[in-house]
Design a protein around this ligand. Structure first.
Ligand SMILES: [Mn+2]
Length: 198
């Protein structure tokens, strides 16, 4: 089987982003974004999706991490879109329910070429290493738009923002793993009655 890999380099006046992914990996990551919490969440995404992810981001952190988080999401989304391609042979939909202590997240994805989000994250701003709840939602929204993946997030309950964010990322990871798995019975098929994804 040909492994599904891609790399994206993106330089703007605000940031410089370099990303490599391998969807058929084992969950190895090297993440360097200058924000410890963001590194932590991206590492969780890799570990539990089994997507190998290398990310190096430098740039403008004077505006509360906004550009770094946004541009990472855009580049990661583009890398995912490139590796997904025409989606031939993939399961396409996936979901997961993941707890972390007092928090529980439910995530569902459709790798269907239509980037859209419904986000009920109930995230506040404390205990997120300088990130904000709205910035994490912005990450998820930008990722969905650029990758063409429909992402629904429902934080069912929880009180600690760190736990809430982490179980959302783990549930997203598990959902992506399920959705992007190759199904040998449909290896020559695009998983849509339309015959195309998008
Ligand atoms: Mn943690």
């Amino acid at each position: 089987m040909k492994t599904r890999k891609s790399s994206v380099e993106r330089k703007t006046e605000e940031t410089s982003v370099s990303i490599k992914i391998n969807i058929d990996g084992t969950g190895k990551s090297e993440i360097s974004t200058a924000n410890g919490m963001f590194n932590h969440l991206l590492s969780q995404l890799s570990k539990h999706s089994l997507i190998d992810i290398t990310i190096s981001v430098t740039g403008d952190d004077e505006v509360g991490w906004h550009h770094i988080v946004e541009d990472t999401a855009i580049s990661l989304g583009k890398a995912l879109a490139e590796t997904i391609g025409n989606a031939k042979g993939i399961v396409r939909m996936g979901h997961a329910i993941v707890p972390l202590d007092e928090s529980l997240a439910m995530v569902a994805v459709d790798v269907g070429g239509r980037g859209f989000t419904v986000l009920n994250t109930n995230l506040g701003d404390s205990d997120l290493g300088g990130l904000s709840g709205t910035l994490i939602e912005h990450f998820l929204d930008s990722l969905a738009r650029e990758s063409g993946i429909n992402i629904h997030v429902n934080l069912m309950y929880g009180s600690n923002n760190h736990h809430k964010a982490e179980c959302i990322f783990k549930a997203l990871a598990k959902s992506l793993r399920a959705a992007m798995n190759l199904d040998s019975r449909i290896s020559d098929q695009i998983p849509s009655t339309k015959g195309v994804i998008g």
